[in-house]
Design a protein around this ligand. Structure first.
Ligand code: AOF
Ligand code: ZN
Length: 363
């Protein structure tokens, strides 16, 4: 129905108002409609606070008998959690019709919420703006189904695919507008991952320097603890996790870092296993992560299979030179017929830069 689309669009708009601040929960919007008019609205603002549907039902000022609820995610029906199940509130409210954009991939729900509503004689329509709803909650979908974060690999490179000159000069390849967008993504993801090579070279802060920006947790791979203590990533704020080799655990630097609130995670393999690291971060409710590293980390992340999405900023510049750093380095490469493949491409112009976004095709 045309109206269903109209009201679901509004619910999606409301969901976005949460501005990626609901982690580890999804962003959800809800609209209640009676006689063709919106009589109440709600959205999920933060984990622990009321769900979108609950908020819309609670704030309604008139009877909901015979009303339709539009919600961007299937209502929850499970009980072992912070808030009561929304299906109870819906069933008791008099709402007769529920339109949902997508099923809740949470294994504790996944269709059971819809089933329950139907059992109570409530009409349920599914799939209105499903793709948009899934896109909005891509972090949540990955996390709730795998307990590991959704990983974005960000690369800022020249037209010839370089990220630094042979001397390592790399700051400000892309335009200010592109960098602002990166700061926006930093404020949306739970964590940012980098490694000691990049940190030693640029001493980055890895904060979100936009108005109202939220800083991500910094996760820094520093196996040999080479990063000096006065570097930004080891200074407050925000919170940092240092990933170090276990042979360094007794190093005095570890104690100093810990006293500053830096969390230490250690590994014993020769190189850090990124699949393992993602599981560790998942245990800490990190639902999303952006990688901002150099040639080696970019390559390592792709080869380890942890990358979900690529964001490649291309600046209209050419550095050239066989010794300049390529966007994806490393010693191993793929044969052409086996190359990493990227799907669902989106291309945007940002000032004079081009942003290519896409998703890694997983084998
Ligand atoms: C939300 N907001 O608007 C909806 C959610 O711990 P709780 O009680 O907040 O429950 C979180 C789960 O509830 C979440 O994983 C998802 O399955 C379901 N729906 N969650 O945070 C909402 N509708
Ligand atoms: Zn709920």
């Amino acid at each position: 129905m045309l109206d269903d689309k109209f009201f679901m669009k509004r619910a999606l708009f409301l969901a976005k108002k949460a501005n990626w601040r609901t982690s580890p929960n999804p962003m959800v919007g809800a609209v209640i409609v009676k006689d063709g008019k919106i009589i109440s609205e709600g959205y999920h603002k933060k984990a622990g606070l009321p769900h979108a549907e609950a908020e819309a039902i609670m704030s309604a000022k008139e009877s909901l008998d015979g009303a339709t609820l539009y919600v961007t995610l299937e209502p929850c029906c499970h009980r072992d959690k912070k808030t009561p199940p929304c299906t109870d509130a819906i069933i008791n409210s008099g709402i007769r019709r529920v339109v949902v954009a997508m099923r809740d991939p949470n294994p504790k729900v996944s269709g059971k919420g819809i089933e329950l509503l139907k059992n109570y004689g409530i009409e349920v329509i599914e799939g209105v703006f499903e793709e948009e709803a899934k896109k909005l909650n891509e972090f949540y979908i990955k996390y709730v189904t795998t307990r590991t974060p959704f990983v974005i690999l960000k690369i800022a490179m020249t037209m010839d695919g370089k990220i630094a000159t042979p001397r390592g000069e790399s700051k400000w390849i892309t335009s200010e507008k592109s960098r602002k967008l990166v700061h926006l993504i930093r404020s949306r993801v739970d964590a940012l991952l980098s490694a000691c090579g990049t940190v030693l070279k640029d001493n980055p802060m890895f904060t979100s320097r936009i108005k109202g920006g939220k800083n991500p947790l910094r996760v820094i791979i520093d196996p040999e603890l080479k990063i000096p203590l006065d570097y930004h990533v080891y200074s407050p704020p925000p919170h940092t996790i240092a990933v170090v080799h276990e042979t360094k655990l007794h190093d005095n630097k570890v104690k100093i870092l810990q006293s500053r609130g830096v969390e230490i995670i250690s590994f014993s393999s020769e190189k850090v296993d990124l699949q393992w690291l993602m599981k560790e971060l998942g245990k800490r409710e990190i639902t999303s992560l952006m990688i901002e590293g150099g040639s080696s980390l970019n390559s390592y992340a792709l080869w380890s299979g942890v990358v979900d999405k690529l964001m490649i900023f291309i600046a209209p510049k050419i550095i050239g030179g066989a010794d300049s750093y390529p966007s994806v380095g490393g010693k191993i490469y793929k044969n052409l017929n086996e190359a990493f493949e990227i799907k669902d491409l989106k291309i945007k112009k940002i000032s004079d830069d081009i942003l290519i976004e896409g998703y890694l095709k997983k084998a």
